[in-house]
Every structure is written in C-alpha cells, then in structure tokens.
Design a binder for this molecule. Structure first.
Ligand SMILES: [Fe+2]
Ligand SMILES: [Fe+2]
Length: 491
C-alpha cells in the first residue's frame, strides 16, 4: 500500500474513534467512510508529534522530539530556531518495533531527534512541538492511568467525555500551560476486543492481534494515547514513566517504541528464544531548576513488574532500581528529590476488595515496599499512580506518598478508604507479609478522592515546599494539597 493511502486510512480511523455513539448508531448499517466528513490531512504527513523529557546522557537539552509516521513514509525533519534567528534542519532517525510485533505495529513507525540546547522554536513537518524547559520551572502537571479500559465483561464508554475524560484532561492541562508534564504510567488499556454488546461504547476500538503474546498495537496507541493526549503533546514536554500496563506482555511494545528513551531500545519487548522478556529500565533522573539555588531532581523508577500483595523473587531485581534511584537522589545543597514510580510504595486500596478476608491488607504494592526498604531516605516525595484515584499518605519517617491515578481510566470504588489496622508489609491481622522484611510504621494520615482529574504542582517559597492543586477534567480545582518537609496535607 502506498504511504498516502495508509495516511488517509489512519486519519479515517482516528476520526472514527472520536465520533459520538449516536453518530455511530446512525452509520451502523452504511459504509462508515461515506458518513464521516472528509478530514483535512495534515500537510506534514505526521500522525503525532511530541517532545519527551529524557536524561542528559541521551540529549544535552533534556529533550527529544518524536514523530509518529505511517510505515513507508520517510522521517520528517526537526526544524529548530537558533538564538541568532537562523534555522537548523535535523534529520530524525527511525525507531522500529521488533519484527515479532508483525501486523500489530505494521501501520506506524517512529522518528526521533534530540532538540539542541538554547532552541527558540521547533517544528516537525510544519507542526509546532515543545522545544524547551524554562530556566526556572514553576508549574508541573502530573497525570497517569489514562487509557480507555476495554474488557469482555465491562468496558468504559470510550466515546463519552464524561466516562473517559482523557481528552478533557489533556485540554485542561494544556490550558494551564505547565512547563512539563509527568505521566506516571499506564497509558494503555485497550487490551481486549470491544465486546459485541458494547459497540456503542467501544466499537471500532483497535483489537489486540489474535494470538500475539502482547496486547497493544499502533492503532491501539493512536486511540488510547496519541489522539486524546494531542493537546498536551502540542504544548508540553512529557516525562513518561512505565506502568504495569506497559509490561512486555501487555502494552510494552508501544511504550518502548513511542515513549521510552532508555538503553533498552525500541525493540526491548522482542521475545528472546521465544520468551517475552520481563525487563526493567534503569532508574534515571532529570534536574529541573526551580529558582536560584533550588533544583528538583525527578528520579524515574520502572515498576512495570512485581506483585501488589506478595513479596516475590522479583523484589531483588526491583531493589537494584531503588538502589540506583537512591544514588541519583544523593543529597546536595539546594536539591530536593521526587521519586516518580508507577506502583505506589504506600498506596491504599479500597477495603471493598477484601471479600471478607480477615488477612486482607489494602497496602500496595508489597514487592515495592520490600524492594525500596532503606532506600527512600533521600526523597521528599513519591509520585505514583496505579490505584485509580487521587490520594496522599503519611508514613512516619518516610517521604510523602502521592497517588495520582485518576487521568481517565475506570476509577476505583468510591468508598472503603481509611487508615488500616496495620502498616505496610503487615497483613490485616498484623502478621508479616514476608518474614525477611521489617514492617513499616502505620500511616498517621491519609486523604483519598475518587474522581477524575490531574495535579498541577507549583513550588512554594521555601526549599522542599510545593502546592499540589487537584483539578477535575475541566480544570477546576477540587482540593489543594501541600508538601512541606516530606509531609503532605490536603484539604
Ligand atoms: Fe492503572
Ligand atoms: Fe497500574
């Protein structure tokens, strides 16, 4: 197929994914293509373009621009404006998915180029892309757990902006004009074929490739992330963290192709000797200058694997990532550190999940609690997601724990949150989850809201102090948390 046909097909698909259920019902019996107003193909031929925040070992400016293009097209150029007013045209290099992804990723390819330092503007194939991190950061957006959940048994209504509000969240984030966005993982939720009973909710959602040892696809990522997050991509550099939905047997192929800049590379999930890898990206960090003498070091830890309720042998592999993180968060005058990790170390699930079991503990995630033990002392806060709500927890002697997992995917039960009888690494009867690991002190305070949204973080006057505004998808603040001296409070 010629590239131009692929492009039109993609534009058509993207449009089809966005149409309302009523429109869908009206066209159910007609050839869909005749009913959709002809889109204006982007002159650039670029399906999506965005700029990732990456370590300086990858790009000196801490920024790398990506462009998603139809397979068969050539990579566009990254054009940047230099401080002296001249323009620079850079070749983008091609990132290719593993050959084993076959038809699932046959439709797209990804191009990349590092943004030069001191860039004053940037375009990819005539589309503007974020090109700088300001000298002084004063607004950070945080979001996570964003995709539209599709299951054979029950699905979200991917066509409804109230049931799946990611596009609204993205629009509101863009309107806030943050300096960067931190995406804490779990982009991909279209892990099953839309059931026949839910055509009005998710009909047309790209299904996983039959028989493949993974769940994602190029079209799946277009629908679940690239289209709904477009307004963030157009305006805001994105620091992406890998979630468990980006494990190699789930959405990992797309994650490594699109969102990751680690040494593991775009083919990191390709099976080895027929086995899908269980891998972990090395922890990495980026320094975000806040104001004179003050820097936020954001340290990303990959927690795609590990169990939530048990300590397993994965703990020893995971512990290496926490040791790397502790080293990266070494204390230095003026430096404050946040850990960005998908699975919370001190997150609370609803007791509605207990199913009457007396040993049930709402504390998540046991493998992380064990692996991180003794390695959190240098962090001011742990920014996580994974539980689909917004939460703040205080554990004496430990960093403030924030859970920001309310970006669009189906929310947790509305009730059942409180301080449990025992702390992390103890079960509901006070028994150790694992004999090897010392339990943590119990929480002294928790705050939980089960509603969609995102967080806007702004630095306070004193070192280590931040205000975290909890926003609903339309951008309205519904609560305010403050971070002071490793302690969080919300109202
Ligand atoms: Fe999630
Ligand atoms: Fe998760």
């Amino acid at each position: 197929m010629k590239p131009v046909k692929v492009r039109l097909l993609l534009v058509g698909l993207v449009t089809a994914l966005m149409i309302a259920p009523s429109a869908l019902a009206a066209v159910a019996s007609a050839p869909v293509v005749d009913q959709i107003p002809a889109p204006t193909p982007r002159a650039s031929g670029v399906i999506s373009t965005y700029t990732l925040v990456v370590p300086t070992s990858v790009s000196k400016s801490k920024l790398q621009t990506r462009a998603v293009i139809p397979n068969g097209a050539s990579c566009p150029k990254l054009t940047t404006l230099r401080p002296n007013g001249s323009t620079k045209k850079q070749k983008m290099w091609l990132r290719t998915p593993g050959a084993s992804t076959g038809a699932a990723f046959a439709s797209i390819r990804v191009c990349a180029a590092n943004v030069p330092r001191n860039t004053r503007g940037a375009t990819v194939g005539r589309v503007k892309v974020p090109f700088q991190l300001p000298k002084s950061i004063d607004k950070i957006a945080l979001l996570a757990d964003t995709g539209c959940r599709i299951r054979a048994t029950s699905s979200q209504d991917c066509a409804s902006p109230t049931d799946w509000p990611l596009a609204k969240v993205a629009k509101s984030i863009a309107a806030t004009k943050p300096d960067l966005a931190m995406m804490l993982g779990d982009f991909f939720y279209r892990e099953e074929r839309c059931p026949d009973s839910a055509v009005a909710q998710c009909g047309g959602s790209p299904a996983p490739l039959n028989g493949a040892p993974f769940k994602d696809s190029g079209y799946g990522w277009i629908a679940d992330a690239l289209v709904p997050m477009a307004q963030v991509f157009a305006t805001t550099p994105l620091m992406a963290v890998r979630g468990n939905h980006e494990a190699c047997n789930r959405g990992g192929n797309g994650y490594f192709l699109l969102m990751d800049a680690s040494p593991l590379g775009a083919k990191a999930c390709a099976p080895k000797d027929g086995v899908v890898p269980t891998n972990i990206t090395p922890s990495w960090a980026v320094d975000l200058p806040i104001k004179a003498g003050r820097t936020l070091r954001a340290v990303a830890v990959d927690t795609a694997y590990g169990l939530d309720y048990e300590v397993t042998p994965w703990e020893s592999t995971q512990a290496v990532a926490y040791s790397q993180a502790a080293k990266l968060a070494k204390r230095k005058k003026g430096r404050e550190s946040w850990m960005l990790t998908h699975r919370p170390i001190f997150g609370l699930l609803s007791t509605d999940y207990s199913a009457g079991s007396p040993t049930f503990t709402p504390w998540m995630s046991a493998d992380q609690q064990a692996a991180a033990q003794g390695k959190l002392g240098r962090f001011d806060a742990i920014m996580s997601s994974h539980i689909h709500l917004s939460q703040a927890v205080r554990i004496p002697g430990n960093p403030a724990q924030l859970v920001i997992g309310n970006g669009g995917t189906e929310l947790e039960p509305p009730t059942g949150y409180g301080i449990p009888p025992y702390g992390p690494l103890l079960d509901g009867q006070g028994n150790r989850i694992s004999p090897e690991f010392e339990p943590y002190p119990n929480a002294t305070w928790q705050w939980t809201r089960v509603q969609f949204g995102f967080v806007i973080a702004t630095p306070g006057k004193k070192a280590g102090n931040w205000t975290l505004s909890q926003r609903s998808p339309n951008g309205k603040a519904f609560a305010k948390c403050s971070l002071k001296q490793r302690t969080v409070s919300c109202k």
